[in-house]
Design a binder for this molecule. Structure first.
Ligand code: FMN
Length: 449
C-alpha cells in the first residue's frame, strides 16, 4: 500500500464554492472585498496544514458571474501579498493570464511575492480569453487555439528566463571595490518572439524557491502538452475516475518525453466536498443549499454549456436531451469543451436526469463528493492510489465553516492513515509539494527554445 502524502490546496473564493453560499452569510455585499474574511480563511487553511491557498482569477474585465454571486474582485497578487503577512507556512498561488499584459510584469510580481512570503509563491497560468478581457484590453478579437498556446509559451519562457537572470552571486555588496551588483555575473537574455519580446535581467534576484512554483490550469491536448513542459503542477477538472487516470497517465508520459522526471509534475484535480456527520446529514446540507439556488439562471447556464435552448431543459425531472446535446457539440466554444465533456461523462456514468446534472456544480465544474469526512478522506486516498491524482484542489461549500470541517475532521482522518502531515515540517511551497529547486537556465538554452 502506498503511503504517499496527499497534496492539498484550497481554492479560496469570496463566499464558497456553492453558488448559494453568499445567501447564508452576513453582509453579503462586502464578501468580495473584505480583507479580514480573506485573512480568516487563509488562517483556517493553514490550521488545516494545507499546502497552498489558491486564488483563481479571470484574464480581465468584470465577469458576468458578478451579476449572480460574490466574484473575484481583488487582484490576486495584491491579496496574496497581504495574506502572506498573516500566515507563516501555507503556499500562495496567484492566477494570472499568459495572454494579456506583458510577462515582465508577472515575473517581477510573483518573484517579489516569493521574497515577501519567504518562499511560498506560485504562479497559476491561465490561457482563457473572454469577451470582458478582450474589451478590457481594447482588443477587437482573440487568438485561435494554436496561436493562444504559442503566445502562452513565449510568455512563460520569458518569465522562466527572467527568474534565472539574476543569480544571487551577482550581489557582491563589496565594501572595498564599491561594487554592489556585478553585471558580469548576471545571466541576461534576449528573447524576441512573435508575440512577446524581452531583453536583459529582472530587477529581483533569484528567489527563495529558486523559481516560484508554476501551476497551470487547463485540460485540452494543447494545454496538457504545454503544462507537461512548463508547469510543476496541473490544476485540472476530471469528475470521473477513468478520465482522471487517463489524464494522469498522459501528462506524466508527456513530462517524461520532455526529459522531465514524471514525479516532478503533480496532477491536482479540483474537488468539492459537501460534508456531514452522516451521509444523510450531508445530503440534507446539500439540499438546503441547493434550495437557495435560482434554478432559472442555473438552467440558462447549463443550456449555455451544452449549446441548448433554455426550453430544452424545461422539465427538470426529464432525462437529458442527449440527441440534441450531441448534435450541438460543435457550437460549444472550445474553452468550455472540457467542462462539458466532464459534466456529460459524469451524468452518463450515473444516469442523471436534468435536475441531477443541474445541481452538480455545473458552474464551478468540479466533482462533488457528498458524505462524511472519513468517506471523503478515503475517496481522495483511493484516487491517489489509483493513479488518478497526486492530490486535490479543494473547493469549499461555504467559507470558512466548510474549511473548519476539513481541519477538524478530514485532515485527522488522512493523518490516521499516515497520508497527511501532522505539522508543517518544511518552509517553502516547493518543499511542501516535494518539488526540487530547478537548475538555472543558461542563456544558450533560452535561445534554443
Ligand atoms: C481546472 C481548471 C481551472 C481553471 N481556472 C481558470 C481560472 O481561474 N481563470 C480562468 O480565466 N480560466 C481558468 N481555466 C481555463 C484555462 O486556463 C483554459 O483557458 C481553458 O481550460 C481552455 O483552454 P483549453 O481548452 O486549452 O484547456 C481553468 C481551467 C481548468 C481546467
Amino acid at each position: 500500500m502506498s503511503n504517499q502524502h496527499l497534496r492539498l490546496g484550497v481554492n479560496v473564493l469570496a463566499s464558497g464554492r456553492h453558488d448559494a453560499a453568499w445567501k447564508t452569510l452576513p453582509d453579503p455585499a462586502s464578501l468580495s472585498t473584505d480583507i479580514d474574511r480573506f485573512i480568516a480563511i487563509s488562517q483556517s487553511a493553514e490550521r488545516a496544514l494545507l499546502d497552498a491557498i489558491f486564488l483563481a482569477d479571470g484574464p480581465g474585465g468584470l465577469v458576468e458571474e458578478s451579476y449572480l454571486r460574490p466574484w473575484r474582485a481583488l487582484d490576486p497578487t495584491v491579496l496574496n501579498t497581504a495574506l502572506s503577512q498573516h500566515t507563516e507556512y501555507i503556499g500562495l498561488v496567484t492566477t494570472t493570464s499568459s495572454l494579456f499584459g506583458h510577462p515582465y510584469t508577472v515575473a517581477r510580481q510573483i518573484a517579489s511575492l516569493d521574497y515577501v512570503s519567504q518562499g511560498r509563491a506560485a504562479w497559476n497560468i491561465i490561457t482563457s480569453q473572454t469577451s470582458p478581457a478582450l474589451q478590457a484590453y481594447g482588443l477587437e478579437k482573440g487568438w485561435d487555439q494554436s496561436e493562444r498556446y504559442q503566445r502562452a509559451e513565449e510568455f512563460v519562457q520569458i518569465i522562466q528566463n527572467l527568474w534565472d537572470s539574476f543569480p544571487l552571486e551577482a550581489i557582491e555588496a563589496d565594501l572595498d571595490s564599491s561594487v554592489f551588483v556585478n553585471p558580469k555575473k548576471l545571466n541576461p537574455f534576449d528573447l524576441q518572439g512573435q508575440h512577446f519580446s524581452s531583453r536583459g535581467a529582472l530587477s529581483v534576484p533569484r528567489t527563495p524557491q529558486g523559481r516560484p512554483v508554476i501551476f497551470q490550469a487547463g485540460q485540452s491536448a494543447d494545454s496538457k502538452a504545454f503544462g507537461a513542459r512548463y508547469a510543476d503542477a496541473l490544476f485540472t477538472g476530471q469528475r470521473i475516475l477513468e478520465n482522471a487516470q487517463g489524464f494522469y497517465q498522459d501528462t506524466k508520459a508527456l513530462a517524461a518525453s520532455y526529459g522531465r522526471q514524471p514525479d516532478h509534475l503533480l496532477v491536482m484535480p479540483g474537488l468539492f466536498p459537501i460534508l456531514g456527520s452522516t451521509d444523510e446529514e450531508a445530503q440534507r446540507h446539500k439540499r438546503k443549499l441547493d434550495d437557495l439556488l435560482d434554478s432559472r439562471s442555473l438552467r440558462a447556464e447549463l443550456a449555455r454549456h451544452l449549446a441548448l435552448d433554455v426550453d430544452d431543459l424545461a422539465d427538470l425531472d426529464a432525462p437529458l436531451p442527449h440527441d440534441k446535446i450531441r448534435a450541438n457539440e460543435a457550437l460549444v466554444p472550445i474553452a468550455s469543451r472540457w467542462h462539458r465533456k466532464e459534466m456529460l461523462s459524469e451524468a452518463h456514468a450515473h444516469n442523471w436526469n436534468t435536475r441531477e446534472l443541474l445541481f452538480s456544480n455545473i458552474i464551478g465544474g468540479h466533482r462533488i463528493y457528498t458524505g462524511t469526512p472519513e468517506g471523503f478522506a478515503q475517496n481522495m486516498i483511493d484516487w491517489v492510489d489509483a493513479k488518478a491524482a497526486d492530490g486535490f484542489n479543494l473547493n469549499i461549500d461555504v467559507q470558512p465553516a466548510g474549511l473548519d470541517v476539513i481541519a477538524d475532521y478530514v485532515v485527522p482522518a488522512l493523518q490516521k492513515q499516515g497520508r497527511f502531515r501532522r505539522e508543517y515540517q518544511t518552509r517553502t511551497l516547493r518543499e511542501h509539494l516535494g518539488l526540487p529547486i530547478p537548475q538555472l537556465h543558461s542563456v544558450e538554452q533560452a535561445l534554443a527554445v
